[in-house]
Design a binder for this molecule. Structure first.
Ligand SMILES: [Zn+2]
Length: 224
């Protein structure tokens, strides 16, 4: 079984991908890992990609698509779940064509639907406990909300100090990623719509505003 997973940053796509991968024994392939693998392995494509990345430029599709395809091909028999690619309509069309030519069939597209403001809130609301990484705190989730102590928010489990991850508070970077994701003309939403309109692959759209368990249940009930 081969699956594409879509969802904005903050939608829990990585978590859901891991649940599905475990259930079906799929290879969970993240687009970032494909780049790293090729660059580390010093492949021709990796060398080319590295030049773009080092300049801070986007790696063009004629390098990315063959890289993705090569990695997917390795898991042809096992089946795969691809996460974080395609990001644009052009990439969706190119990937679809390349998959057909390679004889690999795309079975499902999973889309985790979440309003942009909520996705942003979910990223920015994460809090880290100074005492224990396993004490989840989040200002937007009632169940794991930090508690107030002396006018300050502290860990709901141990009362420890809370901090944020710098990446999570980088609003500009979050907005930039979401600009690409929510773009339904040429961006990632356009890629999702491409598969919806094609009609020969089943698109499973689920409400990402529910909790992790509810979201995974609504995905799994649509899968065989
Ligand atoms: Zn704590």
């Amino acid at each position: 079984m081969n699956i594409l997973a879509f969802g904005p940053n903050g939608s829990g796509k990585g978590t859901q991908g891991a649940i599905i991968k475990d259930k079906y024994g799929l290879a969970h392939i993240e687009s970032g890992a494909i780049f790293r693998e090729h660059i580390k392995g010093g492949t021709e494509l990796g060398k080319k990609a590295k030049e773009y990345i080092e300049r801070g430029d986007l790696v063009p599709d004629d390098i990315t698509i063959p890289m993705v395809l090569e990695t997917l091909g390795k898991y042809k028999d096992q089946g795969w779940l691809l996460d974080g690619f395609p990001r644009s309509l052009a990439q969706a069309e190119a990937l679809d064509k390349a998959l057909q030519e390679s004889g690999m069939k795309l079975d499902y597209v999973i889309e985790i639907v979440l309003p942009r403001e909520v996705a942003k809130e979910r990223i920015m609301g994460r809090r880290l406990c100074a005492n224990d990484n396993n004490h989840p705190n989040h200002i937007a989730f009632e169940a794991i909300k930090p508690v107030e102590k002396d006018g300050k928010l502290v860990c709901r489990v141990c009362g420890g100090e809370l901090s944020t991850r710098a990446d999570d508070q980088d609003e500009e970077a979050i907005n930039k990623r979401h600009d690409i994701y929510y773009d339904d003309k040429t961006g990632t939403m356009a890629a999702v719509n491409y598969f919806k309109n094609k009609g020969d692959v089943k698109v499973i759209s689920v409400d990402g505003s529910k909790n992790i368990k509810e979201v995974s249940e609504s995905i799994l009930k649509e899968l065989p």
